[in-house]
Design a protein around this ligand. Structure first.
Ligand code: ATP
Ligand code: MG
Ligand code: MG
Length: 535
């Protein structure tokens, strides 16, 4: 284990620390509360929480809240909720801001050691200096002067861009991150937690490693874009003679047809192109949850995709596959007609109208439900055609098909509007079941409930829209990612369900009841199709 690289004194301190409780593994999941969590975070959590759990260790949920201008309490609350929804229970919930006093004291120590200085260069000049490997003119000022100016910074004596605290590392280092990174910057912004107390805030590079160390993290797992920051991470820990965690990076999850970056997701929300952070098309955990995805399916997906240092775009079918398998096993079946066409049964027989239907054909223990055949029934408009064809099993004039769980019917008459549109069919029912037609149709009766069905498809047309530059990404949006069918009819059984309940609507797909439902009229989201249509 890499923490063995610590001195015996630091190892002893690790073992006796109250937070570690003697555990040999300590991890953390460190989201910045500047947006809601997405599927990529689920993957990071599966590793952070999962690894600690497996090794009998502990895992922190740590809010990395050092950018007060973009962070909100609303996001903090939502993140805690989502972490628990996924089944992870943090051993500690902490905030980088909990350590602002300690971090400030460590900065004073770093200055006194001659390893940090107050710099007055503008951000453009700092960038230029890094490019040309030129030292800041303030780099070698005396430590006492930097210390006094650092206090002036914290006491509000400077304009925002007039001073910053920089680590004194190496302006000629091969890794540009090592060219005197910023430790503190001035921001006259109130913080969601520390309020008005501070006008200087520590940077990511300064904060992350120190808080990992203060929290006795053994395995600091993060995504590959942080790899370049590893040098400065270890430099700062060593500069302050602190306990040293082990850092390991893995590739970010990129999911086909969507973007997994809070910034881009926020832009989508702000542009009004989706219903919000919890839009069922969003790869956010709020969106997936509303769509009908379960914690078990999401965790299984994380487990199946694995962790490596090779970045690649994961096919959407992999995510869909785990949910489809789960739903196939446990979801009750129901019938829903998304675009109804009325049929009148001319020989309707009341005495043969009560039908017993299994809730799950492969699981008799789930029981049966009553389905009532009525004189008027409804089938899917696409299950009727004017002209029959080979290989077509739906209804046509004079043709017979089976109403699932009921009887065969034969179309005897087609009623049309003045414009020639089919408005209603008349059919004869074969109660004796004397034929066994190939076509078996889903249908609902007059006892069904009106509902709205929302069909969903991927948000973007291309596989990796995140790779598209600037405005091109909006050109790539899939215009038919949401199709609303607001005249659908569903079995009474499903029409009386609760928000979040999922069903297989036979022949149509797996659906989950949406929060926009009311007691008279449910809204159902297409969670996943019955088959992978992309193969
Ligand atoms: P975003 O760009 O979406 O804001 P981020 O990396 O800035 O992502 P954080 O909230 O800082 O988001 O991330 C918290 C943790 O989740 C980090 O350890 C980060 O590496 C990890 N993480 C973020 N996005 C992904 C992803 N797509 N795949 C795997 N892990 C991720
Ligand atoms: Mg971040
Ligand atoms: Mg980010």
């Amino acid at each position: 284990l890499d923490i063995m690289k610590n001195t015996p004194e630091l190892l002893a301190a690790y073992k006796s620390a109250e937070r570690t409780g003697g555990c040999s593994v300590m991890t953390r999941f460190p989201p910045e509360p500047n947006g809601h969590l997405h599927i990529g975070h689920a993957k990071a959590m599966f590793l952070d929480f999962g690894y600690a759990r497996r090794e009998g260790g502990k895992c922190y949920l740590r809010f990395d809240d050092t950018n007060p201008e973009t962070e909100k309490q609303e996001y903090i609350d939502s993140i805690i909720d989502t972490v628990r929804w996924l089944g992870h229970e943090p051993d500690y919930i902490t905030y980088s801001s909990d350590y602002f006093d300690e971090l400030f004291a460590l900065a004073e120590k770093l200055i006194k050691k001659g390893l940090a200085y107050v710099c007055h260069q503008s951000s453009e000049d700092i960038a230029k200096g890094r490019e040309t490997m030129t030292d800041s003119p303030w780099r070698d000022r005396p430590a006492e002067e930097s210390l006094r100016l650092f206090h002036d910074m914290a006491n509000g004596k400077f304009e925002e861009s007039a001073a910053s605290l920089r680590m004194k590392i190496d302006m000629k280092h091969d890794n540009t991150v090592m060219r005197d990174p910023i430790a503190y910057r001035i921001k006259y912004v109130a913080h969601p937690r520390s309020g008005e107390k501070w006008c200087v805030y520590p940077s990511y590079d300064y904060t992350h490693c120190l808080v990992d160390s203060l929290e006795w993290i053994t395995h600091s797992l993060c995504t590959l874009e942080f790899e370049v920051r590893r040098d400065s991470y270890y430099w700062l820990i060593a500069a302050l003679d602190m306990y040293r965690p082990f850092v390991w990076e893995f590739a970010r999850l990129t999911l086909e047809g969507t973007v997994v970056s809070k910034r881009k997701l926020l832009a989508l929300v702000n542009s009004g192109r989706v219903r919000g952070w919890d839009d069922p098309r969003m790869p956010t955990l709020l969106g997936l949850r509303r769509r009908g995805y379960t914690p078990s399916a999401i965790n299984e997906f994380c487990s199946q995709t694995g962790y490596s240092r090779n970045a690649n775009v994961i096919g959407l079918h992999k995510l869909e596959h785990v949910l489809r398998s789960e739903f196939d096993e446990r979801c009750p079946r129901a019938m829903c007609v998304t675009r109804p066409l009325e049929i009148e049964i001319s020989n309707f027989d009341e005495s043969a109208s009560l039908l017993k239907v299994p809730i799950h054909p492969k699981m008799p223990e789930m029981g049966e439900r009553d389905v009532q055949l009525t004189r008027q029934v409804f089938i899917e408009r696409s299950d009727f055609r004017d002209t029959d064809e080979k290989g077509y099993y739906g209804l046509a004039p004079g043709k017979t098909a089976m109403l699932r769980y009921a009887y065969p019917i034969t179309v005897t008459n087609v009623i049309r509007s003045d414009e020639g549109e089919v408005v209603r069919l008349v059919a004869l029912c074969d109660y004796a079941k004397s034929v066994k037609p190939k076509g078996v149709l889903h249908w609902v009766s007059c006892t069904s409930k009106p509902c709205e069905v929302r069909l969903y498809d991927r948000l973007f047309k291309s596989a990796d829209p995140g790779a598209l530059g600037g405005e091109d990404i909006w050109e790539d949006l899939n215009d038919s990612s949401e199709v609303v069918l607001d005249e659908a009819l569903v079995d009474e059984f499903a029409g009386n369900c609760n928000v979040g309940d999922s069903f297989q609507f036979e022949r149509v797909g797996y659906f989950t009841c949406d929060q926009d439902s009311d007691s008279n009229r449910k809204v159902f989201n297409l969670t996943v199709t019955l088959k992978d249509g992309r193969k």
